[in-house]
Ligand binder design. Structure first.
Ligand SMILES: Nc1nc2c(ncn2[C@@H]2O[C@H](COP(=O)(O)OP(=O)(O)O)[C@@H](O)[C@H]2O)c(=O)[nH]1
Ligand SMILES: [Mg+2]
Length: 495
C-alpha cells in the first residue's frame, strides 16, 4: 500500500507483523513503541489476545528527501480470525513473520507461514519477508537451520533472532524490514507506479472502523483499508542520489556489501537485499586475486567484485548496475539461484559493484562423486550425463553469446534436468548482450576440457578405462550421440 502523501510530503509504508498466535507479535510492537518513543494502539482485545490488530506509528528516515512514515501493524494470529489476518496482509509492503522458536510450536509456524506465502505470492512488486525467530531465550528453542528447513527449504529467507520480551533483536528486525519495504517503494517509484494520494487510513482508530465496516459488507477488496481510491498516478521528479557511506576502506580490504545498502542499489529488488543479508552474515574469507578482482567465500556463498567495478560517480555506477541487471534478467531462467548484484557505497563518492551467488553443486562436484562409484557401468552412464550437460551448456550460453566461457565447475543442473549457469556472471563494464564466441567446436571441447578431466580422475585407476569407455559408448550410442564417445576414446587413448 506504499504511497506518497502529497499533502504531508511524505512516503507512507506499512510493515505488518504476522505469525501464529502467542509467537510474540504484540510484544514486538510493544517493545518497538517504547524504543521508537511512539504509542501502541491495540484495537480490541479479549483476555489479552489480539482481536483485530496492534498499531504503532513511526516517522523516521528519508526516501528521495521525503520523510518516511511507517504504519506498523500486527495481525491477529488465531486461526478463527484468519480473514482479518489476510485482509491486513494484502496491504503490506513488508512482512515480519514472528516465529515461535519452541520446538512444540514448529507445526503452527509452518502452517501459518504457508498461508502467508499464499497471500503474498501474487503481490507485485514482491513483498519481502523477514522471519524473526523469537523466544530465543527459552529452553528447547530449535536451531535457525531447523526453522529455515521447516518453513521453506527451497526459498531464501531473511532470518533474524529475537527475545521480544527483553527487546533483544526487535529493532534490528524492524530496520531490515523497513529496508525491504523501501526496496519495494523504489521499484514502484522506478515504474512510476507509486500512488500520489493521501492515505485512506491514518491511525489505528480509522483502521479499526474500516475493518469493522468491511466485515459488515460482502468484502472483496481491501482498498478502503489501505489507500482509498487511487486518484492519479504521477511521475515523480528525478531521483536525488542517496548519501554515500562515510568511512573509507580500512587496510585495503573493501567493505563487503551489507543489508544497509540504500534502496535502488541492489538487484533484484527486495530479494536481492535478502541475499545480501543472508550471505554476508556468514562471509568468512575475502581476498584479492591477481586479476584485481576481490573474492569472498563462505561454505554457502561466493561473492566477487570485478576490477572494473569501482565508480566515482553515482550515475555511472547506477548505469553499470542497470546494464548488468539487464543481462541477468535476460538469462534469468538459465542462472542458478539465488544471486544478486549490489552497488556498495565504499567511501565518500566511491561505489563498488559486487555480485553474490549461492554455491550449488556443479558438474565438477558430480564428477568427483561419480568416480567414487565402483560400478563401471554406472560410472559410464553418469559420465555421459555430465558430458551431455556440459555440451548443452556450451551451446546455450557460449554459442549464443551470453558468456565468454564455461567450465565444469560453473555448470549445475535444474530440477528439470537442464543446464544452469552457476558461476559468477561476466562483467565487462559495458552493455553485455554478446560476449561469447559464436563458434561451437565439440571436438575441441572434448579434447581440451573433457579428456584432461577424465584422465586426471582415471589416473588413479587406469585399469578401469576400458570398461568405463565401453559403458560410455553404450549409453552415448543409445542416445544417438555415439560420436561423443568416439572422440573421448580417441582423446584418452591418443595420449
Ligand atoms: N520467554 C519469552 N516470552 C515471550 C517472548 N516474546 C513474547 N513472549 C510471551 O509470549 C506470550 C505471547 O506474546 P504476544 O506478544 O501476546 O503474542 P502474539 O499472540 O503473537 O501477539 C506472552 O506471554 C509474552 O510475554 C520472548 O522473547 N521470550
Ligand atoms: Mg497479539
Amino acid at each position: 500500500m506504499a504511497l506518497l502523501d502529497p499533502r504531508r510530503g511524505c512516503i507512507v509504508i506499512r510493515v505488518i507483523y504476522d505469525g501464529p498466535a502467542f509467537a510474540g507479535k504484540t510484544t514486538n510492537l510493544r517493545t518497538l513503541a517504547r524504543s521508537l518513543e511512539s504509542k501502541l494502539y491495540s484495537g480490541e482485545e479479549s483476555d489479552g489476545r489480539t482481536l483485530y490488530f496492534d498499531w504503532v506509528d513511526y516517522m523516521g528516515g528519508l526516501f528521495e528527501g521525503m520523510p518516511i512514515r511507517c504504519q506498523i501493524v500486527s495481525v491477529p494470529g488465531q486461526r478463527i480470525l484468519e480473514r482479518r489476518r489476510r485482509l491486513l496482509l494484502e496491504t503490506s509492503d513488508v512482512v515480519v513473520f514472528v516465529a515461535d522458536s519452541r520446538s512444540e510450536r514448529l507445526m503452527e509456524n509452518v502452517r501459518s507461514f504457508k498461508v502467508l506465502g499464499q497471500v503474498l505470492a501474487p503481490m507485485v512488486p514482491p513483498v519481502g519477508i523477514v522471519v524473526q525467530a523469537n523466544k530465543r531465550d527459552l529452553k528447547g528453542a530449535i536451531t535457525l537451520d531447523a526453522l529455515r528447513d521447516a518453513l521453506d527449504r527451497d526459498r531464501l529467507l531473511a532470518l533474524t533472532e529475537a527475545v521480544a520480551e527483553s527487546g533483544e533483536g526487535v529493532r534490528e528486525t524492524f530496520v531490515l524490514a523497513v529496508r525491504l519495504a523501501l526496496d519495494r517503494v523504489r521499484e514502484l517509484w522506478n515504474r512510476k507506479e507509486l500512488p500520489k494520494i493521501e492515505p485512506g487510513i491514518d491511525d489505528g482508530g480509522q483502521l479499526l472502523s474500516a475493518m469493522k465496516a468491511t466485515e459488515g459488507e460482502n468484502l472483496a477488496s481491501l482498498s478502503s483499508l489501505g489507500l482509498g481510491a487511487i486518484e492519479r498516478r504521477s511521475p515523480i521528479e528525478a531521483a536525488a542520489p542517496p548519501p554515500p557511506a562515510s568511512p573509507p576502506p580500512s587496510g585495503g580490504v573493501p567493505p563487503l556489501p551489507d543489508a544497509s545498502v540504500p534502496p535502488g542499489l541492489v538487484w533484484p529488488p527486495v530479494e536481492g537485499r535478502i541475499v545480501v543479508h543472508e550471505s554476508t552474515r556468514v562471509m568468512t574469507r575475502i581476498e584479492r586475486r591477481e586479476s584485481g578482482d576481490w573474492l569472498g567465500f563462505s561454505s554457502e556463498w561466493m561473492l566477487r567484485s570485478p576490477l572494473k567495478g569501482l565508480f566515482f560517480h553515482l550515475e555511472e555506477a547506477r548505469a553499470a548496475l542497470v546494464s548488468w541487471a539487464r543481462w541477468h534478467s535476460a538469462v534469468a531462467e538459465r542462472l542458478s539461484q539465488p544471486r544478486c548484484i549490489v552497488l556498495m557505497p565504499e567511501a565518500s563518492e566511491v561505489w563498488r559493484l559486487w555480485q553474490i551467488v549461492r554455491r550449488v553443486p556443479t558438474l565438477s562436484d558430480t564428477a568427483r562423486e561419480l568416480f567414487e562409484q565402483s560400478d563401471d557401468l554406472l560410472l559410464g552412464e553418469g559420465l555421459f550425463k555430465i558430458i551431455d550437460l556440459r555440451l548443452r551448456a556450451e551451446r546455450d550460453f557460449v554459442t549464443t553469446g551470453w558468456l565468454g566461457r564455461l567450465g565444469f565447475s560453473s555448470v549445475s543442473v535444474s530440477e528439470a534436468g537442464a543446464p544452469l549457469f552457476a558461476g559468477f556472471s561476466p562483467y565487462s563494464g559495458r552493455s553485455l548482450s554478446t560476449v561469447g564466441s559464436a563458434k561451437f567446436d565439440e571436438d575441441r571441447l572434448i579434447r581440451d576440457e573433457l579428456a584432461p578431466l577424465l584422465r586426471g580422475e582415471l589416473r588413479i585407476a587406469p585399469h578401469r578405462i576400458p570398461a568405463v569407455l565401453t559403458s560410455l559408448r553404450k549409453v552415448a550410442t543409445a542416445n544417438r550421440r555415439g560420436h561423443i564417445a568416439k572422440s573421448i576414446q580417441q582423446s584418452l587413448l591418443g595420449s
